[in-house]
Write a protein that binds this ligand. Structure first.
Ligand code: FEO
Ligand code: CA
Ligand code: CA
Ligand code: CA
Length: 687
């Protein structure tokens, strides 16, 4: 008898049962981990903390807007205009319509579809850059699914590519450094005749080697966006479940992080469920450990429960092969996952770090920017229904040089600072009825406050030590009354305006019995399609404790009155559902990839203008094959890069009964892969 949870077609949220099972350990079948009733405590603390802060936040935004110019991370310190958050930039009136879209978005939108391929706009073409199993390290064999070994996999590109980063390689003309996350494994699609009750040690160790990250040098083809990998390059690297990591920052060495194998509480093997991430202005990458809970068996504590760790055996049964995955034997091991990882991809010998100062939760991503005096501000979402949105502000400033001493200094930035959680307050509470109907003031908007949780070794949360705040950050958020959000995922500050965009994927439990009801920041009950929040902080000093916010998009079928596209005429936009990853193009447009789209089309990638008369004009750029999610978008002048994650992950699919033929056609293994898209005429994307 297979003791699997039923593979139903009608999963809550509508995605495939296989996705639920392998991606997040069937989270939807379990009680939502945030059962806290944090409203009362929150009101008390937030009121005490923040009446002044909210006022100050609002004032600060206005001042920043009035100031007009500022410097911002990652933009080469280019002065940019700050646009006021309220009013003044929604001129979608008559006469301003150009026939061909905002600069960077001038392409014919791809129609919603269910084609088993990557569909791109007319005039564009694509190539597969790298796929699961392609050898990248010296000595790694060609992919052979019938003879796969853990050793081979450890030298090959991993499974289920998610976050992507492309970093410059100035010393090597025409080359860039590609970093990819490998979020999780789909054993049923990886191994012929996979027996979930009795996985073999080799299969388990292949899965360990298929998780983690890849670093691989890529070669640009002149006058096109085509990329190909450079196997065996000295910078190529695989990070797996066996790679040594160092825990750093204020909670490193805490008793909560010590195990029988690591009595220092500072050394841990591996990283798990690396979803999205970010690229730092100092040339490293950040990677979020997301649904780490599903890999640990026999959780028993209240804190395990708050993180969704189950009380029984796990789906993959790793606990039978390494006792650290059995919390009955090693209760602190799960505390060593759920962090933001930092990797220096330019140093193949670098020991990657887990940054405890950034808190422990289901980290979707971590996107840094800089204050005008060079401190790092990192935005982070905790991707779970009713969980929270965070930021970290470093106490030290980045050094701009590239000497070893400068790089070493910058690698300490994320170890010292203050961790905050967001509380959002709407300005039209009386008008929010859960249907998505716009309030009378015309917007879902309001003010917010960053509630400090801990600074270095000092806790700001009554009843919790600093170590507890870092290791059990969700509980700290509960205590201070953070706002329960609809699955905060990827975050991206605009390099043009400094405004921060947060993807909230969906929350079908919003407004359900016993759950938090709609509020102005999460305005739809049973929210199937998600929304995107736009947040404005002080342009020069986003380290402040107040902000203004409004919803930029409320996703869905534009014909649905409960959708909103920044006020842009809805008959002129593409449909969109379940925004997940976000990125900016060189023109200041926001690009959004989706995960679990609910409108009868495959997932896709969209671009939308955030400024000017076309603000809110959303256009679909591509769609992905059967069962896949679109991840990791990067938009450079001449190319768009996406990670096609879990193609063919549909109910009933197996190696012998594939439900996708992507990327290599019928009779070939279905393989997650990275795709580059460019214009056939070699010109820039969307101009
Ligand atoms: Fe791994 Fe929240 O997506
Ligand atoms: Ca309002
Ligand atoms: Ca994601
Ligand atoms: Ca997602």
């Amino acid at each position: 008898m297979r003791k699997l949870l039923p593979l139903l077609n009608s999963h809550p949220g509508g995605r495939s049962a296989m996705t639920c099972r392998f991606r997040c350990g069937d989270a939807c079948f379990h009680e939502t981990p945030n059962t806290s009733d944090n409203e009362y405590v929150g009101d008390v603390i937030a009121t005490a903390l923040s009446r002044r802060s909210i006022m100050r936040g609002a004032a600060v935004v206005t001042v920043a807007a009035a100031a007009g110019t500022a410097f911002v991370a990652g933009s080469g310190n280019t002065p940019a205009s700050a646009t006021p958050l309220v009013g003044g930039d929604k001129g979608h009136g008559k006469g301003g319509k150009k026939p061909d879209g905002a600069r960077g978005l001038r392409f014919a939108p791809v129609a919603p579809n269910t084609a088993d391929k990557v569909t791109v706009p007319d005039g564009y073409t694509q190539n597969i850059v790298v796929r699961w199993g392609d050898p990248i390290l010296r000595g790694a064999p060609e992919f052979n699914p019938n003879k796969q070994t853990a050793k081979a996999q450890a030298g090959q590109f991993g499974y289920n590519n998610d976050f992507l980063s492309l970093l410059p390689l100035k010393s090597e003309r025409g080359k860039q450094l590609l970093v990819a996350n490998h979020e999780y494994t789909d054993e049923i699609l990886m191994f012929k005749d996979y027996d979930a009750d009795n996985p073999t040690r080799e299969q388990v160790e292949i899965a360990w080697a298929a998780h983690g990250l890849s670093v691989v040098v890529v070669d640009e083809q002149p006058r096109s966006g085509k990329l190909t990998i450079v196997p065996r390059h000295e910078l190529n690297r695989r990070i797996t479940v066996k790679t040594e990591f160092r825990l750093t920052g204020p909670a490193a060495g805490s008793e909560l992080l010590r195990t029988s194998v690591d009595r220092s509480g500072k050394k841990v093997y591996g990283t798990l469920n690396n979803c999205a991430g970010g690229t730092t202005p100092w040339g490293t990458i950040l990677s979020g450990e997301e649904n780490f809970n599903q890999y640990f068996a026999n959780g028993s504590s209240d804190t395990d429960k708050r993180y969704g760790i189950g009380t029984a055996a796990t789906e993959r049964k790793w606990e039978q092969f390494d006792k650290r995955f059995d919390l009955k034997q090693e209760p602190n091991e799960a505390h060593r996952f759920g962090w933001v990882v930092e990797l220096d991809p330019y140093d193949p010998d670098f020991t990657p770090r887990k940054r405890t100062a950034l808190g422990r939760f289901k980290h979707e991503a971590a996107q840094p920017r800089l204050t005008s005096d060079g401190r790092a501000v990192v935005y982070m979402g905790d991707d779970e229904k009713f969980d929270y949105f965070y930021k970290f502000v470093s106490s030290k400033s980045m050094k701009k040089g590239n000497s070893r001493a400068d790089r070493d200094h910058n690698l300490t930035l994320l170890d010292e600072g203050t961790l905050y959680v967001a509380k959002l307050t709407g300005d039209s509470p009386q008008d929010v009825d859960g249907t998505g109907k716009l309030p009378k003031d015309g917007e879902f908007d309001g003010s917010g406050v960053w509630i400090p949780l801990a600074t270095g070794d000092v806790s700001h949360v009554p009843g919790m030590t600093a170590d507890e705040v870092y290791v059990f950050t969700r509980l700290a958020g509960d205590k201070v009354g953070a706002t329960k959000m609809d699955r905060p995922e990827d975050v991206e500050p605009s390099p043009r305006t400094g405004r921060v965009y947060v993807a909230l994927t969906n929350n079908t439990d919003r407004g359900a019995a016993g759950k938090a009801a709609a509020d102005e920041a999460n305005p739809r009950n049973a929210n199937k399609h998600g929304h995107i929040l736009e947040l404005a902080e002080n342009w020069d000093d986003p380290a402040g404790d107040g902000f203004a916010w409004r919803l930029f998009l409320v996703a869905g079928d534009p014909k649905d009155p409960a959708t909103y596209f920044a006020g842009y005429p809805k008959e002129k936009v593409s449909q969109i559902s379940c925004p997940d990853n976000v990125a900016f193009d060189p023109h200041g447009n926001l690009w959004i990839s989706t995960d679990g789209a609910q409108l009868g089309s495959h997932d896709g990638l969209f671009g939308v203008a955030t400024q000017g008369e076309r603000r809110g004009e959303l256009k679909q750029f591509l769609t992905v094959p059967n069962g896949a999610e679109t991840c990791g978008p990067i938009i450079q002048d001449r190319r768009v890069l996406v990670a096609v994650q879990h193609p063919g992950e549909l109910d009933g699919a197996t190696v012998d009964n594939p439900l996708s033929a992507w990327p290599d056609g019928r009779g070939k293994m279905v393989r997650p892969a990275v795709v580059a898209v460019w214009r056939k005429d070699g010109d820039d994307i969307g101009v």
